[in-house]
Design a protein around this ligand. Structure first.
Ligand code: ZN
Ligand code: ZN
Length: 230
C-alpha cells in the first residue's frame, strides 16, 4: 500500500491517495478541495484512479470531488446514503456552518453542484482496490452517514472525522450525536487491535492502542471530568 497525503483547504484536511503498488489501482480518500497537485501526482504515477472514496459528506472532505471527477471521469464516487443530503447540499454547507457569505469566495468555499454519486457504501461490504481489500464500517455520530475504511492485512484504518490523535469528531453540527460516535468507535475501531495505524481526516497519524489508552474521550477521563458517571 502506498499512501500519499495532501493537506488541503483552510480546514487543513488530510486528503489521501491510496494505491496498490502491485496493480497500480488507486483511490482518493476525501478530496477536500480542488488540487492540481493531486491530479498531477496521479498522472505522473501512472495509477488508475478507480474511485473517489468519501468517508462522509462534509465540505472539507468532498469539496474537491467535482474537480477530480472532471479529470478522471471513470472514477466512481462512493458515499454512504445517510450523508447524501449533506453531499448534494454542498453549496449550502458553508452558510449552514455559520460562515459569513461575503467571505466564502476569499476562503475558497464557493462550491458548484457536486457530481452524482456512483453508488453508496454498505456496512460490512468488502471493497477491493487491486490486491487491497477494505472492510467498510458505518460509524455514525460525527455525521449520520460516516464510514471508516479498514485494510486488515495492512493493519490500517482510515477514520475520517470519527477519531483524531487525542480527540474525536465534533458532534454539534446537524446529524451529530456524541453518544452514537463513542458507540461507533467502541464497536468498529477499538476492536481492530492496538497495532492498527489510524489515519484521521485532520492532524497526525496515531494508533488504536495509543487512543484506547490516552484519548480522554475513550479512556474514561473525559466522562469523569464532566461528572457524567461519577
Ligand atoms: Zn467532518
Ligand atoms: Zn473534517
Amino acid at each position: 500500500m502506498i499512501i500519499t497525503k495532501f493537506v488541503l483547504s483552510i480546514f487543513q484536511q488530510n486528503s489521501r491517495l491510496v494505491a496498490c503498488e502491485s496493480t497500480g489501482r488507486a483511490i482518493a480518500i476525501d478530496p477536500g478541495a480542488d488540487s492540481a497537485e493531486v491530479v498531477e501526482f496521479i498522472r505522473e504515477s501512472g495509477w488508475e484512479l478507480q474511485a473517489i472514496a468519501l468517508t462522509h459528506g462534509h465540505l472539507d472532505h468532498v469539496g474537491g470531488t467535482k474537480f477530480l471527477k472532471d479529470k478522471f471521469p471513470d472514477a466512481e464516487v462512493i458515499l454512504h446514503k445517510d450523508d447524501e443530503d449533506l453531499y448534494y447540499g454542498l453549496p449550502l454547507q458553508p452558510s449552514m456552518m455559520g460562515l459569513p457569505q461575503v467571505q466564502l469566495a476569499a476562503l475558497g468555499l464557493e462550491y458548484a453542484e457536486p457530481p452524482r454519486l456512483t453508488r453508496n457504501w454498505e456496512h460490512g461490504e468488502k471493497y477491493e482496490v487491486g490486491k487491497l481489500v477494505f472492510d467498510v464500517y458505518h460509524c455514525p455520530g460525527h455525521t449520520r452517514g460516516h464510514v471508516v475504511l479498514v485494510e486488515k492485512n495492512e493493519k490500517k484504518v482510515f477514520v475520517g472525522d470519527c477519531l483524531f490523535a487525542g480527540s474525536i469528531g465534533r458532534t454539534d453540527l446537524p446529524g451529530g450525536d456524541h453518544d452514537q460516535l463513542i458507540d461507533s468507535i467502541n464497536s468498529n475501531i477499538l476492536p481492530l487491535g492496538d497495532d492498527f495505524v489510524v489515519y484521521s481526516g485532520h492532524g497526525p497519524e496515531t494508533t488504536v492502542g495509543e487512543e484506547r489508552t490516552t484519548n480522554p474521550f475513550l479512556n474514561g477521563s473525559y466522562m469523569a471530568s464532566r461528572g457524567r458517571y461519577v
